[in-house]
Design a protein around this ligand. Structure first.
Ligand code: DGT
Ligand code: CA
Ligand code: ZN
Length: 580
């Protein structure tokens, strides 16, 4: 139980009291305690252990008793009582942006609203504006809030789920009754977001392993538990399920649980055509002879006359046909990336110096690093003026001199594509840079035609080499710009511009589908960290996953090129007059 969770519990109590219409001082007591805890660097659990809960500002005797109960029993009876008194559907109204406990209480008591559907109806019928302290405007906001809520996918970015999966896997692998444990499902296929985590374990004692799984400290609720499978909810709302099998079934089990469902359907069709039925337990000959157990995935594919297919390709996007024809793509690996061409330093909104970035890049085996600080345009914080580019050049040269031939530093900028489609720097400024990234950050909601024209303008500027995070989307739920890719991709191809696969797991932009389209046309792509701190330089493997899911040949990723080839490409694109 960490401080953040305790704060949420105290605020929930306050919300419920407020919905119920309790006296205000009681409500404030919980809010003040939550604020007091928010100001603590130390864990509340430590105060509790030392018997010092009441030394936390805002925590009096009554609340200290409740916290004591929470640490001792894992729950607070008072909260259970409150949640029983206030209908759960009513509590869910709190998740509507703009619906605080005060408004929830008001619509409940005045209009009898107890759930989302009723709230929506009341707002649509103009009933909310009749309530004290509300008007047409807040009614509109609530309607927009309900719409936003229903658009939320409930999916979790891959980069957020993977660390949790790794922790669970390490925990399972440490158990003596577990001989193997692997990630499966969409997370193993490296989809950009995942619905839930799927884990598969080969075990010698199913019951004990499932029991251990549901008692992991991160588990907040057990959703289901059977003889071969358990499903849990983890801290933060992520769900995970574990499937256990005897070691001799591990291959079929892992294959099944990895999916995708469409890929599995194709494999079962293939199995049937060869006279087998395929399940998570075995390959069973249709002629009635004994089932064949497969301990590895490779065996499953081999029995079906197929090479092993990488999980990233298992989306029923032609991979089984390609495997049959011996035409599976050669996939990129993280070690093949030797440059990072979109990074920031303290010269714009980065938090590390050029020297720190260069040292870390070299430690990680990179041969080329482009420092691409933001341009100074409207709405961009701490961007570089053209004069600052010249000053920065001195510093890049000094660090380059210190590092010698071990790494090549490139003078770059992430130039803003302004709302009117113009670039932030004039052509003579762009011409001073070794390599130029152009990106959209502002006015992403322009109509399709306008924003497409804006990006086309940047693509056609001969100084621009890479389009950074082309759509501007943010995972899981903020859509990117409404770009017409049918215009963007051919134009980029014609201009010879590389489109970025931004490796930040909140972006992964381009996505796998557009990246595959562009690669099939013969276009170039660039996988970059967009690091704003030297710590973030290493995290390009999610970008590699997108490239793999997009079937991109490593040679079409410009970050696999050595310095000679990259510089050659840049000089053929002309225009640049290096500082170097
Ligand atoms: P998600 O969790 O929505 O990101 O996507 P997945 O692919 O992880 O799907 P999930 O969690 O519903 O199921 C995990 C795997 O189990 C899935 O990838 C394949 C297998 N599976 C689930 N349901 C079915 C099914 O109805 N038919 C087949 N063939 N496989 C299934
Ligand atoms: Ca899943
Ligand atoms: Zn950036």
């Amino acid at each position: 139980m960490n401080n953040q969770q305790i704060i949420e519990i105290l605020n929930l109590i306050a919300d419920l009291l407020q919905i119920k219409g309790e006296v205000i001082y009681k409500i404030l007591a919980y809010r003040k305690a939550a604020e007091g805890i928010a100001g603590q660097a130390r864990e509340v659990r430590e105060y509790w252990r030392d018997g010092q809960l009441e030394s936390i500002p805002g925590v009096g005797k009554a609340i200290a008793e409740k916290l004591d109960e929470l640490f001792t029993n894992g729950k607070i009876q008072y909260l259970d009582k409150l949640t029983a008194e206030v209908p759960a559907s009513l509590q869910s109204l709190l998740s509507v942006p703009d619906m605080g406990p005060k408004k929830v209480a008001l619509v409940w008591k005045q209009l009898g609203v107890t759930n989302l559907a009723e709230l929506q109806r009341a707002a649509e019928q103009g009933q909310l504006r009749t309530l004290a302290g509300m008007g047409e405007k807040s009614e509109g906001k609530i309607l927009a809030g309900i719409a936003a809520l229903s658009r939320r996918s409930g999916r979790i970015p891959l980069g957020q789920a993977i660390p949790v999966a790794e922790e669970l896997l390490a925990y399972l692998k440490a158990l003596p009754m577990v001989t193997q444990a692997e990630l499966a499902g969409s997370a193993r296929r490296q989809r950009e977001t995942i619905g839930d985590l799927d884990l598969v374990a080969a075990v010698t004692d199913a019951k004990t392993v499932l029991y251990k799984f549901v008692s992991h400290p991160k588990v907040v609720a057990v959703v289901g538990q059977g003889d071969t499978k358990a499903s849990v909810e983890l801290e933060g709302g992520l769900r995970a399920q574990l499937w256990v099998h005897p070691p001799e079934h591990f291959g079929t089990a892992l294959q099944y649980a990895t999916g995708s469902q469409g890929h599995n359907v194709r494999l079962r069709e293939r199995a049937l055509s060869l006279g087998y039925s395929l399940s998570e337990h075995a390959l069973t000959p249709l002629d009635g002879s004994a089932p064949i157990a497969c301990a590895t995935e490779a065996e499953v594919y081999a029995y079906l006359g197929l090479p092993w297919i990488a999980p990233e390709l298992r989306e029923d996007r032609g991979e089984v046909q390609a495997a049959l024809a011996g035409k599976l793509p050669t996939l990129l690996t993280p070690a093949q990336l030797i440059s990072d061409l979109h990074t920031h330093s303290t010269w714009s909104d980065g938090h590390s110096s050029i020297r720190e970035m260069a040292m870390t890049a070299r430690e990680q085996g990179l041969k080329i690093l482009a420092i691409a600080d933001h341009s100074h345009g409207l709405g961009i914080v701490n961007g570089m003026s053209p004069a600052a580019i010249l000053e920065r050049a001195h510093e890049i040269r000094a660090v380059q001199a210190e590092m010698g031939a071990s790494i090549l530093l490139l003078h770059s900028a992430e130039v803003e594509i302004r709302a009117d489609g113009e670039l932030d720097y004039a052509d003579d400024v762009l011409a001073q840079l070794d390599i130029v990234v152009a990106s959209l950050h502002v006015s992403l909601r322009q109509p399709r035609e306008q924003i497409t024209a804006r990006l086309l303008n940047a693509i056609r500027n001969p100084h621009v080499d890479i389009i950074g995070h082309p759509t501007g989307r943010l995972l899981p739920d903020r859509d990117g710009a409404d770009l017409d890719m049918e215009q963007i991709l051919p134009a980029a191809l014609q201009a010879g511009v590389a489109l970025e696969i931004n490796a930040n797991w909140k972006r992964l932009d381009l996505n796998d589908v557009s990246a595959r389209r562009y690669a099939e046309m013969g276009g170039l792509l660039s996988i970059n960290s967009d690091a704003h701190h030297f710590n973030a330089l290493a995290r390009t493997h999610y970008g590699v996953a997108v490239a793999r899911r997009a079937w991109v040949a490593p040679d079409q990723i410009i970050n696999t090129w050595n310095a000679e080839r990259l510089l050659n490409w840049l000089s053929q694109r002309g225009i640049h007059q290096s500082f170097g």
